[in-house]
Write a protein of this length. Structure first.
Length: 437
């Protein structure tokens, strides 16, 4: 007799039609969660530097992430998780609040307004037109660049790559236990995948975490903790003085950076999952509405911009193909309200191997770029290298757009550039010229 629960899941998520199973989707969700749960620790720490209550931001982070995941999974049916974006939270705190002296309440108002603009752009298919207008070379270079970006994050978090005043970056202390365990975890994933062991990424993360706790490299912080009050940040947006020239530029940066971070992630992760159809993403409007809704709700709860996470690629690599993966992440994010000590027991170097492994897969997209046509290859190359070297997905995409339009124009092939690419290239060039990087 058919299981009614399984039947309902199949009807909603079309799991079999996407070549997956309920078990695979749940494991993929757990994998994604384990690679991105660091945000529930880091985001409150960063925003607390802006004067915000750390406990309230912790709750806002968990709930905003869950809302984004539920909308993405339930409405768009994509295995892409959302959470407050790294980089955007740093810009919020260190550039806007501390750098410009803007109260965090007004900064939250700027995030809220940028989310409203996102919703407007999504409803009228402006964002969708933008993504669909991307030339294939730029789409594939975005995926490959994200792969290198993930690799840099992984190596940095494991202490294998460190900053070096003489050479900018350099090799870290590979005798450090964290670095050794990260390399062990990566080898574990490769070997398990070679022998087709399901859940290789999860097994690696859990095994390295267990070893770290045993060696006192990570503290087991218990299981259950009390839920802090969200009152200090809930609905604290301040719109007074928001629409000045300086704050309009802040809204523009929030909008522009998140636009390309989210677009790049959607394209890159969706390509890795095999969800692109003829180079385009089905149900894109719904996916774009998901992160727009998450931005607005996150600002109302008390956190900086919420965005799709490139760590979702780890869940895709574990087999996630439907929205059930994202729903699983959302549930686990809500569970963190009570089980945050347990989530905090997973060290960064335990999740680094998963990100490094995903980077291997995503870099394969570079093989689909037309390297024989330099007007396609050069912008793609700049997109790929600028992401890790500038430590910014958005800046990498910006360089891709600007160089694509400029090279095509100078080579007498301007007609090959879609109108949307011209518009975005000009906007990014103006942003760099007047506002800087």
């Amino acid at each position: 007799m058919e299981n009614p629960n399984t039947s309902l899941l199949e009807k909603w998520f079309k799991i079999k039609a996407n070549g997956s199973t309920v078990r695979t989707e749940l494991l993929a969700g757990l994998t994604t969660f384990l690679t991105m749960c660091y945000i529930i620790i880091i985001n409150p720490l960063i925003l607390s530097d802006a004067g915000m209550d750390m406990g309230a931001v912790f709750v806002a982070t968990c709930i905003a992430s869950a809302i984004g995941c539920f909308v993405m999974g339930g409405l768009a049916n994509y295995p892409i998780a959302l959470a407050p974006g790294m980089g955007l939270n740093a810009y919020f705190t260190y550039a806007v609040v501390k750098g410009m002296g803007v109260p965090w309440q007004i900064a939250l108002g700027a995030v809220f307004v940028s989310g409203i603009i996102f919703i407007f752009f999504s409803l009228f298919k402006i964002r969708e037109a933008l993504v669909n207008a991307l030339p294939m070379s730029l789409k594939m270079s975005i995926a490959a660049g994200i792969g290198l970006f993930l690799a840099l994050i992984a190596l940095k978090s494991a202490g294998i790559i460190v900053d070096n005043p003489a050479t900018l970056v350099g090799m870290g202390d590979i005798h450090n236990p964290a670095a050794l365990l990260a390399m062990l975890g990566f080898l574990m994933i490769i070997v398990l995948e070679h022998y087709r062991v399901r859940g290789a990424i999860i097994l690696s993360i859990l095994a390295i975490t267990a070893i770290a706790i045993f060696l006192d490299l990570s503290e087991f912080k218990g299981i259950i903790g009390s839920v802090p009050s969200i009152a200090p940040t809930f609905m604290q947006m301040d719109f007074n003085g928001l629409f000045t020239v300086s704050m309009l530029s802040v809204i523009f940066v929030f909008f522009l950076v998140d636009l390309f971070d989210s677009t790049g992630t959607l394209v890159g992760v969706s390509h890795r999952a095999g969800l692109l159809k003829d180079g385009k993403l089905p149900r894109l409007k719904r996916a774009l509405l998901a992160d727009s809704t998450a931005i607005v709700s996150g600002a109302a709860l008390g956190t900086s911009s919420t965005t799709p996470y490139i760590e979702s690629a780890s869940g895709v690599a574990a087999g996630g193909r439907t929205g059930l993966t994202a729903i699983t992440v959302g549930i686990l994010m809500l569970a963190c309200l009570w089980f945050s000590p347990l989530a905090q027991s997973v060290p960064a170097f335990a999740t680094a191997p998963a990100l490094l492994y995903v980077g291997v897969h995503m870099l394969r997209s570079a093989t689909e770029i037309n390297w024989d046509d330099m007007t396609e290859a050069a912008p793609a190359f700049l997109t790929i290298v600028f992401m890790p070297f500038s430590y910014s997905i958005a800046d990498g995409i910006a360089m891709g757009f600007i160089s694509y339009a400029a090279i095509k124009l100078l080579c007498g092939r301007a007609k090959e550039v879609p109108p949307m690419v011209w518009i975005v290239a000009v906007l990014w060039a103006a942003k760099f010229w007047f506002l800087g990087a």
